[in-house]
Design a protein. Structure first.
Length: 305
């Protein structure tokens, strides 16, 4: 061999491992033994022991093949399993309440401007309520999970991922499920009057923060483009006069009252706006109703006492 020339046999042997058992004691291919050809010895060796040196599943190399010789994924190349999310921290349960003082407040509205007053709200009245307490924020997925674990609640019909969305409001719960949770907490669903007073204060503002047009600093609604729930308490600028949060936007909320004028199969009231509502539908006086069996991605709840 000329000085400086490369030995193709040595090159292939070192990179492909095709000459195991064919080399002389000095590391060079033995003469007259087919050094330039693969006689299949390595393939036979790998068929018997796929983890032998130079084989696709060689444990001592880092160049593992993605597929093993038997057509199954090489277990040594599997991506590490992601750890299961840990349980939600205690703070994600929240549940702190705000005391609303006794006294009168203005409920409903009397404006003929549909932006300020819907047909269902057009009866402005003064209501005198005793003192009560109401959850500062909507019930979270973490809190509702504790009720399921305690055997008092059943799982929502969808969008329930408490380990991923600990502090997001629980949604897809029926009126009955919401009531079961509140009872488990020794609380109850608020009445319409209680909810509206907590949202508007005594003066009866158009929105919880007053009469100014909503912005994305106030609430999670259609104009913000998020199109899904956000962690409770994310909009402190939208707090009510009493400091109650998320009473406009994020999710609508079940309350106790029946729809008026329906003796048979009465529906239950739903208050507040949700993430897909227009700003007009964030009014604190706005009212809608749903059957007790209804559950929806845009409906959650809070409790009173």
């Amino acid at each position: 061999m000329a000085p400086g020339s490369e030995d193709p046999t040595a090159s292939r042997g070192s990179s492909l491992g095709l000459h195991v058992g064919l080399e002389g004691g000095d590391g060079e291919a033995a003469e007259g033994e087919g050094g330039d050809e693969d006689d299949g010895t390595q393939d036979l060796a790998c068929a018997e022991d796929p983890e032998a040196p130079g084989c696709p599943w060689d444990r001592n190399t880092t160049n593992y093949a993605d597929e093993g010789v038997w057509g199954n994924s090489d277990p040594h190349t599997f991506a590490p399993q992601e750890a299961e999310p840990e349980a939600c921290p205690d703070f994600a349960v929240y549940g702190d309440m705000i005391q609303i003082p006794e006294g009168e407040f203005v409920m409903g509205c009397d404006s003929r401007n549909s932006y300020e007053c819907g047909k269902a709200e057009r009866e402005k009245v003064v209501v005198d309520l005793p003192s009560f307490a109401i959850d500062r924020m909507e019930v979270t997925q973490a809190a509702y999970e504790r009720c399921i674990e305690g055997g008092a609640c059943t799982a929502p019909s969808g969008h329930f991922k408490p380990r991923e969305n600990c502090t997001h409001p629980v949604v897809n719960v029926t009126w009955k499920q919401a009531g079961q949770y509140c009872a488990w907490m020794d609380k109850r669903l608020p009445t319409e009057a209680e909810w509206e007073k907590a949202a508007r204060g005594e003066a009866g503002g158009l929105f919880p923060w007053g009469d100014t047009t909503p912005t994305c600093e106030h609430a999670n609604y259609e104009g913000c483009g998020l199109r899904t729930t956000q962690p409770v308490g994310s909009y402190p600028e939208g707090a009510s006069p009493y400091g109650v949060l998320d009473m406009a936007g994020n999710v609508r909320e079940w309350v106790f009252d029946r729809e008026e004028g329906r003796a048979r199969q009465p529906k239950r009231a739903i208050r507040g706006g949700m993430f897909s509502d227009r700003d007009i539908n964030l009014r604190a006086a706005r009212r809608t109703w749903g059957d007790v069996s209804v559950s929806d991605y845009g409906i959650g709840f809070r409790c009173a006492q």
